[in-house]
Write a protein that binds this ligand. Structure first.
Ligand SMILES: [Ca+2]
Length: 512
């Protein structure tokens, strides 16, 4: 790579520019049908970018990526929690299909042995690499040839660009798959790292989003910090795209940009509300993906692995719930699914609160599986003060929405056309009884099709009992540590140790 673009890459570039890949005979198509694959995943990032109409932040590099490819307006993760969501990105399966029900650093892990994205691509001749976190267990089961900057070291855009160039040099002439994970939009929201951005967004420059519904100094500070992280991500993407352009890899590289779930704010991360599940999804490959397109179909991160496989000429396993995005990339009118489901089981083990949700182009239904037995323990994700502040505020729809997030009914139903912030629960609205019945039936069908272990009451009870035992044991350990250290405020490391689960936990219906 250090000697510059190779003849093969020049040829691929020319073929891509002419749109030849689809027209070539099979033997030649196989050679040209192995584009490089670059998946950029930004931590805890919703579609809060200029190209999505967000006027509170400037994201020129991501806007350029969107303008030169296709932007998806309704893209969703499978669960608004890091490891479960990432397990879907890397396996094409829903978390309840692999057993990655919560965060890997507490001991949650996949219980099955699914086909894995980097492994399958490596087998197909790809040189594979990663920067930042895997966060899906067991981590050593993922086949990455190159391991770049570790999680926590991807703040500096220039360092990210440099590491990506080092990977490209290692890849040489081989087609590559690179999984680039950027940390910056994750809590704690850091305004400036290594002097970036040079002029950070200030609290008074921003307003908290409508789905938070309140505006306080603490929230403005948190929102501004989030946007400063988004700006560093944008700069890092600029560095990476520049590296591709410098090496003339634009036309031969399929670039996909996503968030791993929505931002770490109340009614977003760890919930099944839109602000938790909805992510940016940008797809670009000049000459292959038409520029400037916008798609509003319901797409999911379970569609990513089939998309990469289709691009790489790897057969897409028939049991996967997702499907390749290529038809949609080619045409806004391609036939597509009309409903999409998501889930939540756990986050940290004390945050167990199983839910399943479904939406169509207008309505969204959330089924809170343990609503009868308990409140939602994740009232304040990563220290976000919004729910606490809203509950202390004036009565009204905002306070009710935050209260409902903590004490939800069995069924929530929202009209996303009239109420995109999901403030008014219409589940008991007689006019929408048919919608409720239809969505509940479609949700149940999906749970059956994907062997959801919580569909069987015994399976749900087993998971609930397990988490209750873990929580009780953790509380005992935490109390003992507080006594031993003589403090009520334990270091995060000690809290994490107390919350560890045994990785040999069983998930009903999944054979180890
Ligand atoms: Ca995350």
């Amino acid at each position: 790579m250090s000697s510059g673009p190779t003849p093969r890459r020049d040829f691929l570039k020319a073929a891509g520019a002419l749109g030849l890949a689809v027209a070539l005979p099979p033997a030649l198509a196989e050679e040209t049908a192995k584009p490089n694959l670059l998946l950029i995943c930004s931590e805890d990032m919703g579609p809060t970018l200029g190209c999505y109409g967000d006027t509170q932040v400037a994201t020129p590099n991501l806007d350029q990526l969107a303008a030169s490819g296709v932007r998806f307006g309704n893209a969703f993760v499978t669960q608004a929690s890091c490891s479960p969501s990432r397990s879907s990105i890397l396996t094409g399966l829903f978390p309840h299909q692999t057993g990655q029900l919560g965060l890997a650093h507490y001991g949650y892990t996949m219980k099955s042995k699914p086909v894995k994205l980097p492994n399958a691509l490596r087998k197909a001749g790809y040189y594979t690499g990663i920067m930042g976190k895997i966060h899906v267990g067991p981590e050593n089961s993922f086949a990455f040839d190159y391991k770049g900057l570790p999680h926590g070291k991807t703040h500096n855009p220039e360092a990210v660009g440099k590491d990506f160039r080092a990977f490209l040099a290692q890849a040489g002439d081989r087609p590559f798959f690179f999984y680039l994970n950027l940390i910056d939009s994750h809590a704690p929201m850091i305004d400036q790292v290594d002097g970036v951005p040079a002029e950070p967004t200030q609290p008074d420059d921003v307003r908290p989003w409508p789905w938070l519904g309140i505006d306080t100094p603490e929230l403005r500070k948190r929102v501004a910090g989030y946007y400063n992280g988004v700006r560093r991500v944008d700069l890092a993407v600029g560095e990476v795209m520049r590296a591709l352009a410098d090496l003339q890899l634009d036309a031969t590289t399929l670039v996909v940009f996503i968030g791993d779930h929505g931002p770490a704010f109340s009614r977003a991360k760890t919930t099944n509300y839109e602000a938790g599940l909805k992510i940016p999804l940008l797809v670009r490959q000049p000459g292959t993906v038409p520029p400037g397109g916008v798609r509003d179909q319901l797409v999911s991160t379970v569609d990513l692995m089939p998309t990469f496989f289709a691009a790489a000429g790897v057969p897409v396993p028939g049991h996967l719930p997702g499907r390749p995005l290529q038809p949609l990339l080619a045409s806004a009118d391609a036939p597509w699914r009309t409903t999409l489901c998501a889930e939540f089981t756990s986050h940290g083990p004390a945050n167990y609160y199983p839910r399943r949700s479904i939406r169509d182009d207008r309505y969204k239904l959330i089924l809170n599986l343990e609503a009868a037995s308990r409140a939602n323990p994740v009232a304040s994700v990563d220290g976000c003060p919004a729910t606490k502040q809203a509950l202390a505020g004036p009565d009204g729809a905002i306070k009710e929405a935050h209260a409902r997030a903590v004490h939800p009914p069995l069924v929530e139903l929202y009209d996303l056309a009239e109420d995109p912030s999901e403030l008014r629960n219409l589940a008991e609205e007689p006019k929408l009884a048919e919608v409720r019945t239809r969505l509940l039936a479609q949700l149940e069908q999906w749970r059956r099709d994907t062997a959801d272990p919580t569909l069987d009451p015994a399976g749900l009870k087993a998971l609930t009992d397990f988490h209750d035992q873990v929580r009780a044991a953790a509380q005992q350990k935490l109390a003992a540590e507080k006594q031993r250290l003589g403090t009520q405020k334990l270091p995060a490391k000690v809290v994490n140790q107390c919350l560890q689960i045994q990785p040999d936990y069983a998930v009903p219906g999944i054979a180890p």
